[in-house]
Write a protein that binds this ligand. Structure first.
Ligand SMILES: Nc1ncnc2c1ncn2[C@@H]1O[C@H](COP(=O)(O)OP(=O)(O)O)[C@@H](O)[C@H]1O
Ligand SMILES: Cc1ncc(C[n+]2csc(CCOP(=O)(O)OP(=O)(O)O)c2C)c(N)n1
Ligand SMILES: [Mg+2]
Length: 306
């Protein structure tokens, strides 16, 4: 399929938002509502690094959107639209592209975001798929990483480590488990939670590289320290300390890690699907401290780094 056909026949029908101008102009034109700030983020996923060549193309489209919307969720923003940078390789034939666009359409509808534009190129290597997500927040309401205060409680949404286990399933290294595969292939950005945390959380970020390394980054951004209780980490099923460390460093969770005053009322923000768990506290001494059953633990690694 030629680039023109992909755009005109498959992508343009998805670009229904007025701002996209039917994908017939050089760029999208969007007027943010009065009193709103525009929130912008860009994340790339590469075949072999972030997803597997055999992952269904519709799930790859979902993941591309989800990892970007997760960054908007972390900022407390409401998503508006996305621009896609599709650098395709030899593996992405017409069937793959049709599957990708079908999944893209479903994901756009599910997340209520507009396709605003993008670019498509072919090259000889593995596919590299970029996405710019555009969101909005009421003026001054964006959540940041630098608002953590000494004495705050540290919270995380959902469960940690299931996506990492899903990757093992996808690689054929663990028995088939649809739920875990979905956690890896179809992350759920915590958009409603992120927006609900505006005004309550002192700081927020999403967990993509592993909850330990991301907690270290959150603490560093605020010039404070974070103490995490490994036993408090929300995991699926029973697991010992060694397994908890694996789950805490696997990454791909796309949960929200946030801080709030110790007496902040958060129970009302939790749901059956997205529980909230208090996993630690903020201290003055900078750095990350991991506490196990027998005291301090020094993990060999904290998470994923490129
Ligand atoms: N190549 C780049 N050019 C400009 N900014 C970048 C680049 N890579 C990362 N950033 C910015 O650095 C910050 C941290 O990026 P990253 O660690 O990828 O965060 P996240 O995990 O939220 O995606 C973000 O504000 C991101 O926009
Ligand atoms: C095939 C494959 N191997 C390994 C991983 C694990 N992995 C790759 S990148 C990554 C971290 C998240 O990606 P990154 O580009 O750092 O996202 P960002 O922090 O920028 O949101 C993880 C856990 C994976 N998702 N897929
Ligand atoms: Mg990034």
């Amino acid at each position: 399929m030629r680039e023109r056909a992909l755009i005109a026949d498959l992508l343009a029908p998805l670009a229904t938002h007025r701002a996209a101008r039917g994908l017939t102009d050089d760029a999208a034109v969007w007027l943010p509502p009065l009193g709103r700030e525009v929130v912008l983020t860009h994340d790339v996923i590469a075949c072999g690094t972030h997803y597997l060549p055999d992952d269904p193309p519709s799930d790859v489209a979902w993941k591309l959107l989800a990892v970007n919307l997760s960054d908007l969720a972390a900022m407390g923003a409401e998503p508006v639209g996305v621009l896609l940078g599709l650098t395709l390789g030899g593996h992405e034939d017409d069937d793959w592209l049709r599957g990708f666009v079908a999944g893209l359409g479903r994901a756009l509808t599910h997340f209520e975001v507009a396709l605003l534009g993008g670019d498509t190129v072919r090259w000889g290597g593995a596919a590299v798929l970029g996405c710019t997500a555009v969101g909005q927040v009421p003026h001054g309401c964006a959540l940041g990483r630098d608002g953590v205060r000494v004495g705050d409680a540290v919270w995380v949404s959902g469960t940690i480590g299931d996506a990492g286990r899903g990757l093992a399933v996808a690689r054929g290294e663990a028995p088939h488990d649809k739920r875990l595969l979905d956690r890896y292939r179809r992350p759920n950005p915590r958009l409603a939670l992120g927006r609900a945390l505006v005004g309550t959380a002192t700081a927020c970020m999403d967990v993509s590289d592993g909850v330990l390394i991301d907690a270290q980054r959150l603490a560093a951004a605020s010039g404070v320290g974070i103490e995490l209780d490994l036993a408090a980490l929300p995991v699926t099923g029973d697991c010992d300390e060694a397994e908890r460390l694996i789950r805490a460093t696997a990454g791909d969770d796309y949960e929200l890690l946030f801080t709030a005053a110790p007496d902040a009322e958060l129970a009302a923000l939790a749901t059956a699907k997205v529980p909230l768990t208090r996993i630690g506290r903020v201290v003055a001494e900078p750095g990350l401290t991991v506490l196990g059953a027998h005291g301090l633990i020094t993990p060999a690694r904290l998470g994923w780094e490129h």
